[in-house]
Write a protein that binds this ligand. Sequence first.
Ligand SMILES: O=C(O)C(=O)C[C@H](O)[C@@H](O)CO
Length: 260
Amino acid sequence: MTNDLPHNAFKAALAKGELQIGLWCCLADAVAAEICAGAGFDWMLLDSEHSPNDNRTILAQLQTVQAYPTTAMVRPPTGNAVTVKLLLDIGVQNLLIPMVDTAEQAKALVSATRFPPEGVRGVATQTRASRWGRVHHYLENARQEIGLFLQVETKAALSNIEEIARVDGVDGIFVGPSDLAATLGYLGEPTRLEVQREIEAAFRSVRAAGKPIGILAPDETLARRYIELGATFVAVGIDTMLLARATSALLKRFKTSQKE
Ligand SMILES: O=C(O)C(=O)C[C@H](O)[C@@H](O)CO
């Protein structure tokens, strides 16, 4: 343990164009997070948008995952300066902000991750992020190791996607296939051709802006296709889905009448 600012290996790898394979985590539990971290994913998304996490449960998962060579990324329920500040203070270094539709929103989120005069992040000296004040020059250097990733998942966002991606301080764009499908008029059909075409166009725009592109793809064929199309941070599974499928399949082997 040193008093250096913790290195953000995920952000550094993406900046070099290295593929980062991730797991989407909704179980909201430190033991579950530890089991998943032990698999060796490059990154794990701890979700608070649709999962029963709060800052205490996120904190417990951060402490657990930190013991493994896996980077945690956290998705708050919504992106605003207060939510971002609280997560950064407990030591979150990678944020995934849902529902970002405009470059103005993106700029406000960048500002939320930076201390004045550059931004509006509130200053606290006694936080886990600075190892309780022991990290030398935390206030000056914190922003270098913070990764800000924005979710593009509405029709409006698609029309602004390149502008959003070009905002200085945005480290990558992540497509939310389910919400995108819904807003395009195909609720529950993210694999539909029309949605896939929009996803491919989104990938092209983000790549044109020179930023990393990521996506959630629990279907292996789709995940491999997205990687071929240039996605460099791909969540290839969801913890709840893996558990639900494995438990149903196990029981089915013993009770033949049981449906998966
Ligand atoms: O729109 C999406 O897809 C996402 O943002 C991911 C979902 O929220 C995730 O919970 C899987 O359903």
